[in-house]
Design a binder for this molecule. Structure first.
Ligand SMILES: [Fe+2]
Ligand SMILES: [Fe+2]
Length: 377
């Protein structure tokens, strides 16, 4: 019998294609198998351990955050959609993972920078080698955090692809990614080193728009935590932050990244992104919360009515929008963009203060936000 065709070995949980995170515990090893079954070498190495075996499409952020480690049975020679399988492997970013693969699959995996740091064991293998690899995987507090970032990146990447292909945006992944993001950030906020690593990881992402959305989500979540928002409110804030610039998906990249001044037409295209974003989300795969739609449409409005697209004044701008506007401005000032260098935090804080004095930003929210930034140094 071909090893690939063998079912899970005795003493190991059967393949569970629709496994839910509730079935996993903190000691469970997740096996992700392209065929939904474990090959005999992995099954033998895991005999007697708590194991959950799922197909790549069932790897969810919630599942990732509930297991101790993972083994990927990767055989991309048998997979119809290689990109989808790799996207699922990337979702495991939050958990210590080893790959077990044939030589050809190992080569494909090594060429993907998102998987570059993962150990790949090339078959033929002894169960002892697999056991040794599992034992040497690091147990790290950053794991769920990295997983939540991957989930947010995937949701954003897919949303931009949906817009490019003229499909409705799939919004459901944003809600689950936001909940994981909040849970992971709560852990990270308690460990400064972890948070710094997390922020650095985001800053390394190749797309400026995605980097910006992730940074706004991080700063908004940290600020929301400080303001004492509950879990559901925090998740809503993170989801709104991830989606706030989704309208940029219809703005040409050469305009978004243009180093010099924008001409009138280019400026109009950029300034249309809030209303375009709202339009895209009103046509999304599922209804989007009204608070999120307001953030998306109005995050460039100012209390004195000088913003866009509707020139709303203070009474028309809810708190969640005021908060996002402040976080968005600060984040945009201090981040690296293709057309500008990052501004020092003190200078960005001075700009927030002067915009507040000019009547554009909410003074109470700005003052709490500056407190946080100054404490963080
Ligand atoms: Fe924006
Ligand atoms: Fe923004």
């Amino acid at each position: 019998m071909a090893a690939r065709d063998r079912a899970c070995a005795k003493g190991v949980a059967a393949a569970v294609p629709d496994a839910r995170p509730g079935q996993a515990s903190g000691t469970t090893i997740l096996v992700v198998s392209d065929t939904g079954r474990m090959v005999s070498d992995v099954a033998a190495a895991l005999r007697g351990r708590s194991v959950l075996c799922v197909r790549p499409r069932h790897v969810t952020p919630a599942l990732v955050s509930s297991v101790a480690s993972a083994i990927v049975e990767a055989d991309l020679r048998q997979v119809a959609d290689v990109a989808a399988a790799i996207a699922a492997y990337v979702r495991l970013d939050g958990v210590p993972t080893a790959f077990v693969a044939d030589a050809e699959t190992a080569r494909i995996l090594s060429e993907d920078p998102r998987l570059a740091a993962r150990p790949v064991l090339v078959r033929p293998l002894s169960p002892t080698a697999i056991e040794a690899a599992l034992a040497s995987l690091p147990a790290t507090v950053e794991a769920p955090l990295a997983g939540s970032v991957s989930a947010a990146i995937l949701a954003l990447t897919d949303a931009f692809a949906d817009v490019a292909a003229g499909r409705p945006i799939a919004v459901a992944p944003f809600a689950s990614a936001s909940r994981c993001f909040v849970a992971a950030l709560k852990m990270a906020a308690a460990a400064d080193d972890t948070l710094a690593t997390f922020v650095r990881d985001i800053e390394r992402h190749h797309s400026a728009t995605l980097r910006h959305s992730l940074s706004v989500a991080t700063n908004a979540a940290l600020f929301g935590l400080r303001l004492g928002l509950g879990r559901a409110e925090l998740a809503l804030v993170v989801e709104a932050a991830l989606l706030h610039d989704i309208g940029k998906a219809v703005v040409p990249l050469e305009v978004l990244d243009k180093p010099g001044r924008l001409d009138a037409e280019e400026l109009a295209a950029v300034r249309a992104h809030p209303s375009e974003g709202e339009r895209l989300l009103r046509n999304a795969s599922h209804p989007v919360a009204p608070e999120i739609l307001r953030v998306v449409r109005h995050h460039h409005e100012y209390l004195d009515g000088s913003g866009y697209p509707d020139g709303l004044k203070a009474q028309g701008i809810p708190d969640i929008v005021r908060l996002m506007t402040i976080v968005d401005i600060f984040t945009a000032l201090v981040e690296d963009r293709p057309y500008k260098t990052p501004m020092p935090h003190a200078q960005a804080v001075a700009i927030l203060r002067s915009m507040t004095e000019a009547g554009k930003l909410d003074p109470a929210i700005v003052s709490r936000f500056i407190e946080m930034i100054e404490e963080r140094g």
